[in-house]
Design a binder for this molecule. Structure first.
Ligand code: ZN
Length: 452
């Protein structure tokens, strides 16, 4: 690869490319409301077409946001790239220093909804491919690009789409949508995600709210729910659902080695959370194993009865809770819902209803795959540093569908975000330098993956 001409192209076309980036950001595309989704899919498809890609906008089930699918280049090797063109709602608007869909630069930092998550990463990659084609000739391998429009609402139709187009999706490595730099400016590569099962639980104990004087006779929904929830976990943080922990595997030696090499951030985290110690005094390697390799049971919200001003002596007829379970491989959302139902029944809580659940499966990829090594070498070349390799993210995403499900494609997350990027919040942003370096990073990654 001739990096001189590549870099010169990016510099020479900087303004036009940046306008293009801003066009992506000016187009709202909010999956939660549907605002601008159709227009955004069309914009992405048009942009891919200018690269000479073969592009299709493919509907998902039930007229949900379509998938934009593009293929560019030829070769024995294939890189799958996963991005999403939808964004989180921009509300509350009044906390934005400039309007969320009017990209604005202040002190070298670009502010807009989607500047980072995920239009920033998408545009960086598109621009890098453009520069490659203009300065290096043909791509050294085939790129298959999947850009979905529902990531921010949990990708409800993506797996079905993948199932229907499975034979298109063979690849030797996958570049995931997010990634970037930590608090200390260290470039981070992540090779997996935890799964998630999100449930709503509900108890309806009597027909309607009652006068609380009737407590000796009437079942109280709030107490029923609390007693049920208290059977899920003990005060020593053990999750007590039968069979739940059977799915926990010891990390591989390669994964443990990455944990041992992770820079310790315990003190900074404790300071930021204003606590003296983590749960159960967890620290060091044990804390990291818990964070990355064990499933959770988290009470996210609890609603019942009266919480307004003053007093109201009421016996609530209904109580609800939202609970999320972060999962490890093989512990699927369906299995969790099933284990949870059996657990509640066994403990006498047949009246606690699981109203709904959804989620993603976990995916822990090969931390020594060619795509990971290529991404690490590219980091050395562009950022002059040894990247922090994180075996998997404690967060979640539809990675299993695009990895294990399609034959074990190794995935790496490498992006342009930074620790204060405010994704999902007001004033989402990306330092322009991250975007400039990010394009050069992708150029070098193309070369390194071709050689891997
Ligand atoms: Zn997001």
């Amino acid at each position: 690869m001739d990096t001189t001409t590549f870099d010169a192209y990016l510099l020479q076309h900087r303004e036009r490319l940046f306008e293009d980036y801003k066009d992506f950001l000016r187009q709202p595309s909010v999956a939660a409301t549907g605002q601008g989704i159709v227009e955004m899919a069309a914009l992405v498809a048009r942009r891919f077409a200018t690269l000479g890609a073969s592009v299709q906008i493919i509907p998902t089930e039930g007229n949900a946001p379509p998938v934009v699918w593009a293929e560019i280049g030829e070769g024995d090797k294939t890189l799958l790239i996963y991005n999403h063109y939808d964004v989180q709602p921009a509300e509350p608007f009044n906390l934005w220093l400039s309007p969320p869909f009017e990209p604005t630069v202040r002190d070298g930092i670009l502010f807009a909804r989607g500047a980072s998550d995920d239009k920033g990463e998408l545009v960086t990659r598109i621009h890098a491919v453009e520069a490659w084609l203009a300065t290096q000739g043909k791509l050294p391998f085939k790129i298959k690009w999947l850009v979905e429009g529902e990531e921010e609402i949990g990708s409800p139709h993506l797996h079905k789409w993948v199932e229907q187009h499975q034979d298109w999706l063979k690849a030797d490595g996958c570049l995931w949508e997010f990634g970037g730099f930590d608090e200390n400016g260290r470039f981070t590569l992540t090779m997996g995600v935890k799964g998630i099962c999100y449930v709503q639980l509900r108890v309806k104990s009597v027909d309607h709210d009652l006068h609380s004087s009737l407590a000796p006779l009437a079942p109280n929904a709030a107490w029923r729910l609390i007693w049920a929830l208290s059977t899920l976990k003990d005060a020593q943080e053990n999750i007590l659902i039968d069979g739940y922990k059977d799915y926990v595997r010891e990390p591989s030696e390669a994964q443990m080695e990455l944990l041992r090499r992770l820079p310790s951030e315990e003190d900074a985290i404790k300071q930021s959370w204003k606590i003296d110690s983590f749960l159960q005094g967890r620290t060091g390697l044990d804390a990291l194993k818990q964070l990355y390799f064990t499933p959770t049971a988290t009470l996210c919200g609890l609603t019942s009865g009266w919480q307004g001003l003053g007093t109201k002596t009421v016996l609530p007829a209904e109580a609800t809770a939202k609970v999320d379970f972060r999962l490890v491989p093989d512990l699927t959302p369906d299995i969790v819902a099933d284990l949870l139902r059996k657990h509640l029944d066994k403990h006498g809580f047949t009246d606690v209803e699981i109203v709904s659940y959804n989620g993603y499966r976990a995916e822990f990829c090969d931390v020594e795959a060619g795509i990971v090594k290529a991404a690490a070498r590219a980091a050395h070349r562009i950022y002059n540093q040894e990247p922090v390799l994180v075996p998997n993210s404690p967060g979640s995403g539809p990675m299993w569908s695009l990895s294990s499900f399609i034959g074990g494609v190794p995935v790496v997350c490498a992006g342009i975000s930074h620790a204060d990027n405010r994704v999902h919040s007001p004033n989402e942003n990306v330092p322009l330098q991250n975007y400039y370096d990010g394009m050069r990073y992708i150029g070098v990654l193309i070369e390194e993956f071709a050689a891997a």
